[in-house]
Write a protein that binds this ligand. Sequence first.
Ligand code: ADP
Ligand code: MG
Ligand code: ZN
Length: 483
Amino acid sequence: MTEYEAVIGLECHVELSTATKMFCGCRNEFGAPPNTNVCPVCLGHPGSLPVPNREAIRRIITIGLALGSEIAPHSLFHRKNYFYPDMPKNYQISQYDLPICVGGHLDVEVPNGQGSRVGITRVHMEEDTGKTTHGSPSGRIHDADAALVDFNRAGVPLVECVSEPDIRSPEEAGAYLRELRATLESLDVSDVRMEEGSLRCDANVSMRPVGDTELGTKVEIKNMNSMRSLERALAYEISRQTKALETGEPIVQETRHWNEDAGATATMRSKEEAFDYRYFPEPDIPAIEPSAEWIEELRAALPELPRARRERYVAEHGLKDEVVRVLVADRTASGLFEQTASLGADPAAAANWITQDLAGLANKHGAEAAARVTPRHLVDLLALLGDDAISGAGAKQALEDVVETGDDIGAIVERRGLRQVSDSGELGAIVDGVLAEHDDASRKFRDGNESVIGFLVGQVMKASGGSANPKLAQELLRDRLQG
Ligand code: ADP
Ligand code: MG
Ligand code: ZN
């Protein structure tokens, strides 16, 4: 039987977090009351004229530089014509054959797999549309009796980043999107929140016999709202197309919609219904011609990118690849790590607590609550752990308390009675008392029954009201029994 491989290319849309919109002075903010950030330009009133946002141009050039693109010395805005109720001009200002950023690549690391390089075809500048909400219980159009349009998003600067069809699996697509997200986050150009729509992704996927170099017929999938739905939608589509190929069913070039609840894709529109956008140069905006000096200035100002940061963490702190991957995928986590390490905490321990326990608490209590944890909290927690003044379990409790209350570690440890007795004098007295009471157990131990040590440690814990350091208790017991 023929073996097939998947060929995937992603088109990612990124809303820039500039103060104002792309072609007017309206505020660019998420969550404002509907239709409050609007003006004649973004509402498409006749006679209004667009003026490009310089900061948005700066940001897209920065993105291109981070992705290794060529920055075009001359690029154009075009009008992309189509009708949509939430697009008041009936055309979208976008870029066509002369985008600002051409070519480039993103190196990604697939979990439990090899690194790979995904080519970038182009990165171009456009404007977002408004947002339609369908007044129906399901939110879908078919059973709605009203459509509400909010134009706050109309004209928000939007960067589209198109990849080459270099991706071969859902996991690699997920890794690409995570790396792109981390890169954009490090550049401080966008909120990159998939759940708020400031990072959106369409996936193109086709299958071909392994070894073939020609591309198969592709399907475009839309409406994936998370990293997880991207991977799920691709896995579904790969198996659907593979089955079709194996049974000789033709694959049609079409756009399909991912239905999260059904866990399946469904036809949205076929090639025959594809739009003819009648692109033509936007007559109201001159060519974008950034000076070579400006481009070099922006290149010199690039921050440390995730890949370089991962390499530095490995080199400087000897952290493991998996830990570094999780740490650097999230700027809050890596910021917390850097500050905690710079305050003198053990980097490996800090990284583990941040990527494991704190990440778990963020899932349980929410990111906002997890943000209560400061570098100082971690430094104090790790110091107490290092001195055996609290147990691992106690430290976990204390960290959860920080997430809930934001209180100091010292106060929490006292309030919860988490401090362990690690003083060998104080604990030695308790140990002596336990041994005096349990003659028989001591005898069994001396006769070679090692396992009673567990019982004796339990008795020490009990006698201390749970505050004894069990490791030290065991040491002291052995000392006395063997001595
Ligand atoms: P369109 O004009 O339909 O948007 P493009 O050629 O511009 O198509 O490509 C859009 C995206 O689809 C790119 O990310 C590209 O890498 C990807 N792509 C193109 N052809 C294929 C294919 N046969 N299989 C998978 N992905 C593809
Ligand atoms: Mg497309
Ligand atoms: Zn406006």
